[in-house]
Design a protein around this ligand. Structure first.
Ligand code: SF4
Length: 183
């Protein structure tokens, strides 16, 4: 079975994706989200992803939350950007960069992110970032899917309700929390 590294930011975004990929690939989940604020929220979201992975026997890499300073520096000057603007593109790229680096270093055939599940996340932007990384990291292939499509969003809603999974009401960073951006 081919190895797949899936970046994810929370359980509601990833549950249907993990469910689908775990049967097709040797799947590992990659949790890397130094954008999430505050830390209690980060831990809550991570705990829900860990719970799913443990139940389904999917390995999870719990990557570095201490890189919040780096993330803050990366988005400096873009604080007032609207959702879907430059700050979000920088944020998506930041997390995807770490994912592809890890995938290449650890011999994953494929890498991807469940971020396209977010109703306000542009699959075109995420796909563009993934393809650009493909020109640099040639040993691992970007799996380019809009996870909102194909009935997966409906499936995710059902699974979240059934399992009483915590669903946040903002995308993740402090700016989205203040403005109630849903991600
Ligand atoms: S709104 Fe979401 S995607 Fe945009 S910068 Fe904040 S956490 Fe990142």
């Amino acid at each position: 079975m081919q190895k797949f590294l899936l970046h994810t930011c929370c359980a509601p975004c990833s549950i249907a994706v993990i469910d689908e990929l775990k049967n097709q690939y040797d799947l590992t989940v990659f949790f890397y989200n130094p954008n999430i604020y505050p830390e209690e929220e980060y831990l809550k979201r991570k705990q829900e992803v860990v719970k799913i992975c443990q139940e389904w026997g999917v390995p999870i890499v719990d990557h570095d939350y201490n890189e919040t300073d780096l993330w803050n520096k990366a988005v400096l000057g873009f604080e007032e950007e609207p959702e879907g603007g430059t700050r979000c593109a920088v944020c998506l790229r930041f997390r995807m960069a770490k994912t592809v680096e890890y995938a290449q270093l650890h011999g994953f055939n494929y890498w991807g992110t469940s971020l396209t599940s977010g109703r306000n996340k542009s699959a075109a932007v995420i796909g563009g970032i993934g393809k650009a990384f493909g020109k640099i990291h040639k040993k691992t292939k970007f799996y380019n899917v809009d996870w909102k499509k194909g009935g997966r969003q409906e499936k995710a809603v059902k699974l979240v309700v059934e399992r009483q999974i915590y669903r946040q009401n903002y995308c993740g960073c402090k700016f989205s929390m203040e403005k109630n951006y849903e991600g």
